[in-house]
Design a protein around this ligand. Structure first.
Ligand SMILES: Nc1nc2c(c(=O)[nH]1)N[C@H]1C(S)=C(S)[C@@H](COP(=O)(O)OP(=O)(O)OC[C@H]3O[C@@H](n4cnc5c(N)ncnc54)[C@H](O)[C@@H]3O)O[C@H]1N2
Ligand code: MOO
Ligand SMILES: [Mg+2]
Length: 403
């Protein structure tokens, strides 16, 4: 049996580097960027008018002028005009380039336009604060060639907008991770079936599929019987078609717990079996040399759950070259005693305390088969192996499963 820290290390040493693929911008959301994105021009690329109104030379206002003859209109999208008379003005619209020979924009709300002898004037009644008022200055956000988005970023709508503005219609991202979720067990029937008294509907593969979906991974589900020959044939096929297999069930000491021996027969090298933790002690992990990775998670649903968030999710993110998920700390709210020499993953409900820190209240759970108890929890606190009494006010790593 190995420690949680050892298990994390061994899994971390077996992250994959996925090949790069080029996708269209419209299909890139949720993928991991594999090329840096730089600014092709300054942001903004010209002095951009940011309010509808008029543009003047500030020096003229400073010299005492408050009424300006309107020379014309500068619309957004029109090539730049130039103010001809120093004491004149041009009407300007949000998004337009600032006209030549002007440096200040005054909003329509701060002026009055009137007509005298067929000539239009703007009279300002709220003094402009200074040069470049209401002008979004060229290069003030980013400069041409600045790095905007580093490789490894998980693309979200904010990145998609920036990639669009630099003129890229396709982008290099990580190829999708091919994951098979495999539930095992003769007691399990499909969700659509009516279980007999000695059967249950299977839920772990749905849990895993949903949790992977949150990481942008579309996994396929399979179900296999506790039949050694069938397991050998089916798992052999799945190992040849996927980057990772996530199994649930069949890894403990039962008469039908065939998974470790079947994987060994199929040439999957065992990296560990059994981790000093509760729940999830019978967790098995291995890999085909330079090939697919196999997580064989214990079947009890809460174990599957904990092992996913503690081990599988970080591996998925690292393999996608995505940044690691944040693991905040939370302040324990109730004394908890756990004597076995194991790391204990305690289900908790969290809140934001008066200090602004996360606080964690233990959620009672009837063992690792009681997954309904997780409906009242937000995640798990990792209570370290070396300690047995965990006091109020102590802080521990919190693995949340609600986004
Ligand atoms: N003699 C021992 N027995 C057990 C030990 C042990 O150390 N010595 N460990 C216990 C622990 S801890 C766990 S966790 C389980 C792990 O069992 P397996 O990985 O072998 O899983 P199964 O036996 O197939 O199933 C266990 C339990 O979980 C239910 N299950 C399985 N798959 C699903 C699914 N897809 N959806 C819903 N529920 C599922 C299954 O029906 C069983 O009730 O072993 C202990 N035993
Ligand atoms: O992992 Mo087992 O779930 O401790 O019951
Ligand atoms: Mg078993």
């Amino acid at each position: 049996m190995i420690t949680v820290t050892e298990a994390v290390r061994l899994i971390g040493e077996n992250t994959l580097t996925l090949p790069i693929t080029e996708v269209t911008l419209t299909a890139a959301n949720g993928s991991v960027l594999r090329e840096p994105i730089s600014a092709d021009r300054d942001f903004p690329p010209f002095h951009r008018v940011s309010m509808d109104g008029i543009a003047i030379r500030f020096a003229n206002f400073q010299a005492g002028e408050d009424t300006f003859r309107i020379e014309g209109v500068q619309l957004a999208g029109a090539p730049p005009q130039t103010l001809h008379q120093n004491d004149g003005c041009l009407e300007v619209m949000t998004g337009a380039i600032l006209p030549g020979n002007t440096d200040t924009v005054i909003r329509y709300e701060d002026l009055k336009i009137f007509d005298r002898n067929g000539i239009r004037y703007a009279h300002i009644f709220a003094a402009p604060k200074g040069r470049m008022q209401n002008v979004h200055q060229r290069g003030s956000d980013r400069q041409a060639a600045d790095l905007l988005i580093p490789a490894g970023t998980l693309l979200s709508p904010a990145e998609i907008a920036v990639i669009a503005t630099v003129g890229k219609t396709t982008v290099q991202v990580s190829q999708p991770l091919r994951v098979a979720i495999i539930s095992t067990g003769d007691e399990l029937v499909e969700v659509t079936e009516m279980p007999l008294p000695h059967q249950i509907r299977q839920s772990n593969s749905y849990l895993l599929q949903a949790a992977l979906q949150e990481q942008g991974v579309k996994a396929q589900r399979f179900h296999l019987r506790d039949d050694k020959a069938a397991l050998l044939t089916e798992l052999k096929d799945l190992l040849s078609r996927f980057d990772a297999l996530i199994l649930s069930g069949g890894v403990s000491k039962g008469k039908a717990d065939f998974i470790p021996e079947v994987l060994a027969e199929l040439g999957v090298q065992k990296l560990f079996h059994e981790v000093a933790q509760r729940p999830g002690k019978p967790f098995w992990f291995g890999r085909v040399a330079n090939g697919p990775v196999v997580f064989a998670l214990p079947g009890n649903p809460v174990s599957t759950f904990v092992c996913f968030y503690k081990y599988v999710r970080p591996w998925v993110r690292a393999s996608l070259s995505a940044p690691a998920a944040l693991v905040p700390k939370a302040i324990l709210q109730e004394e908890t005693v756990f004597r076995p020499d194991l790391t204990y993953f305690l289900p908790v409900k969290v809140a934001i305390g008066t200090s602004g820190m996360l606080t964690a209240k233990p959620v009672h759970i009837g063992g690792s088969g009681d997954f309904a108890a997780l409906l009242s929890a937000d995640g798990f606190l990792e209570l370290p192996q070396k300690q047995s009494t965990f006091s109020v006010g102590e802080v521990y790593a919190f693995y949340g499963f609600r986004s």
